[in-house]
Design a protein around this ligand. Structure first.
Ligand SMILES: [Zn+2]
Length: 256
């Protein structure tokens, strides 16, 4: 199992999830189909499926073109998310395979009502797994809350994604890391891990390198939205519940 990052549009990430033995791949959010198809050709793999994290155009906007270019391709997406060209609607807990890779659909409402994150691993090797999180979980941040409540979004992040092994590699939908880290530092100033990471992320940006993947373990250390139950975060909303802290953080971030 191997992941190739394919930057598309201005700051979106598409990905190829590759089974090298079978020379097949799934692509994640191929918003610019031609770029993803070209990368697959370069890697000498055949794309057999699209994993769509949510219905927004900068994620699902290439699905119709993928369907046209690759006859018989399976296009996965959340059942209630109205994903373009979807052939295989998914509910929470659905599993399917891409070659020898098992893919588990996690319904994670928050950014959109039907957002799906995809946990992928070789069966029996869950600790070597990875997750594609779209605009649900970013490195050091989370997506805007368009179609759900703070309760739902908090549950998606802390309980659903939070249940993944800490070693899980996190591949998100946008390169927003520097901005997210700036916000995180503003609300969690005493966090040493954060401060070290911001220098690194800025350097990656200068060198036009990616800041993905992160890991769940790292996100638990730096991501203010995941940490909304921590004492450090509670000081921004004294006496509040973790969900209320989450809602306050999300509102602050919207105007940051
Ligand atoms: Zn989106």
């Amino acid at each position: 199992m191997r992941v190739v990052v394919v930057p598309v549009l201005s700051d979106n990430y598409s990905y190829l999830l590759i089974d090298d033995e079978k020379k097949i791949a799934a692509c994640v959010d191929p918003a610019e189909a031609h770029l993803v198809l070209a990368k697959a050709k370069e890697e000498n793999v055949e794309i057999v499926a699209v994993l769509t994290t949510h219905h927004h155009y900068d994620h699902a906007g290439g699905n119709a073109e993928m369907a046209k270019q690759v006859p018989g391709i399976k296009i996965f997406g959340g059942r209630i998310d109205k994903v373009a060209a979807c052939t295989d609607p998914l509910d929470h807990g659905n599993k399917f395979t891409i070659g020898s890779i098992e893919v588990l659909a996690l319904h994670t409402p928050g950014h959109t009502k039907g957002s799906i994150c995809y946990f992928c691993c070789v069966p029996g090797k869950e600790k070597e797994g990875l997750v594609f999180t779209g605009d649900t979980l970013f490195v050091a941040g989370c997506g805007r809350m368009f179609e759900s409540t703070p309760e739902e979004f908090h549950h998606s992040l802390v309980t659903v994604l939070g249940a993944l092994p800490p070693e899980t590699q996190v591949y998100c939908g946008h390169e927003y890391t520097v901005k997210n880290l700036q916000f995180a530092t503003a609300v969690d100033g005493g966090n040493e891990t954060l401060r070290q990471m911001i220098d690194w992320a800025q350097e990656q940006k200068v060198q036009r390198k990616f800041t993905v993947p992160s890991t769940m373990k790292n996100e638990w250390l730096i991501n203010p939205f995941l940490r909304s139950g921590d004492d450090q975060m509670r000081s921004i909303c004294p006496g509040c519940s973790p969900v209320e802290v989450f809602a306050t953080l999300r509102k602050k971030k919207d105007s940051f």
